[in-house]
Design a protein around this ligand. Sequence first.
Ligand code: NAD
Length: 383
Amino acid sequence: MNGLQRFDDTYGHTPIRKAFEEGDVYGVAYDSTRAALKPIRLGVIGAGGVAQSKYFPAVARLRMIWEPVEISAFAEPRTEHVDKVQAIYGGQAYADYREMLRAEPLDGVMVLSPDGLHREHVLACIEAGLPVLVEKHIARSLADAVQICEAADAAKLLMMTVANKRYSPPYRRARTLLDRGAVGAPALMTGKFNLGYNYVDLLEAGTIHLFDLTLYLMGAVTRVNAAGMKRKPGGDYPIDNAVVMLEFASGAVGSLTTSATALSLKPWERVEIYGEHAWLSVEDQYALTLYGGEVEGAQSWRPVVPNTQLFDEEFGGYMGIVENFCQCIRGEETPLVTGWDGCRAYELLTAVHLSLARRTPVDLPLPDPAAADAEVYAWLKRS
Ligand SMILES: NC(=O)c1ccc[n+]([C@@H]2O[C@H](COP(=O)([O-])OP(=O)(O)OC[C@H]3O[C@@H](n4cnc5c(N)ncnc54)[C@H](O)[C@@H]3O)[C@@H](O)[C@H]2O)c1
C-alpha cells in the first residue's frame, strides 16, 4: 500500500475528499504522491454502452485527480462507436481485439464486451500474459466462469471481476461497520432490486449485483430456496419477479426480492442487515443508516455533494474499480473483487435458477458446474 489512503473511514472516494478538505472544490489540485505512481496503459475490449457511460469517464476523472492511467487502445468493431470514442477520448482503435493485444504495450485489459464473449476475450488476455478486469457477469455459464478463473490462476495472472457496488462508498462503509461489530453478529439480511425491464434475464443481468452484495456483506451461502412468477406475457424468460430465501454458513438467514416489471425508478435497491439490538440499511447505493441502539439516535450517512457534483463515476463505484485494478497491477493493493468472487456470484445465480427450475431448495457449493449449467440452460430454453 502506498501513502494514499483508500476507502478508509470516510464516506466517499478518499482522494477527492482530501482535495475538498484542503479547499480544492474541483478536486484537481496537484497531487504529487499520486502523480508519481507508475503510469498504467489500459486496453478495452468492447467500447459500447457501459464503456462509454462508465469506464472512459471514470478514467478521465481519475486522470483529473492525477492518477497516471490512460486507455491507450480499444478494440471495437462498430465504427460509429469508434468514431465517437476517439473524438471524445482519443486512443488507438482496433476492429480486432487480437490485433490490439499483439500490437499494444498494455499493462492490463478491461473486458467490456457482451457477456457471451467474456470467456473468449478473458482467455485471450491471459494467453497474452495480461492482467484482466472483466465486467459482470463473468461468463455465460458456471463451467466457463470456473475455467477462466483456473486459467488465470495457472498463469499466475491478476484477474478481477466487476462488482461495482462493492466499491460504492455506502456499501464499503456498511462492510466496515459490520467488521467493527456495529450490529453485533448479523442474524438476518433482506435485499431488493428492481430492474424495471424484461428484455434480459432479470436474475443474470440485474439481480446478480444483489447476489454479489449478499456474499460481500454476509459471507458464503449454503442453501437457497426460490420462487418466481411471470407477470408480463411474452418475452424470452420464464420469470420476471422472484423471491429467494437464503441460509448462510454463519447460521444467518436472508431473503431477496427482485422485479423486472415494477418501475426501476429510485428507490430501486435496498439492503438491510439485522444483528443484536441493532440494524443497518443501505438505500439506493447512496444513503447508509445505522440503528445502533435503543437510546442513541440513528446515525445516517449521505454524500455531501459539493457545488462541483460527484457523478456515477464515483458513487457507481467505477473510479474505485479502475483505481484498484491499477494499484493491483502496480503490486500496491490486493483486488477487492477477484475472478473467484465473480465466479461465486455466478454460482449463487445458478443455484437460484436451479431452485426456480426444480421448485425445491438447492445446496451450495454446486458439485457439478457443467450439469448445473445444462439444467439451467434447458429451463431457460437457451442454446
Ligand atoms: N456493472 C454494470 O452495472 C453493468 C451495466 C451495463 C452493462 N454491464 C456489462 O457490460 C458488458 C457490456 O455491456 P454494454 O451494455 O456496454 O453492451 P453494448 O452492446 O452496448 O457494448 C458492447 C460492445 O462490445 C462490442 N463488441 C462486440 N463484439 C466484440 C468483439 N469481438 N471485440 C470487441 N468488441 C466487441 C460491441 O460492438 C459493443 O459496442 C456486458 O457484460 C454487460 O453485462 C454491466
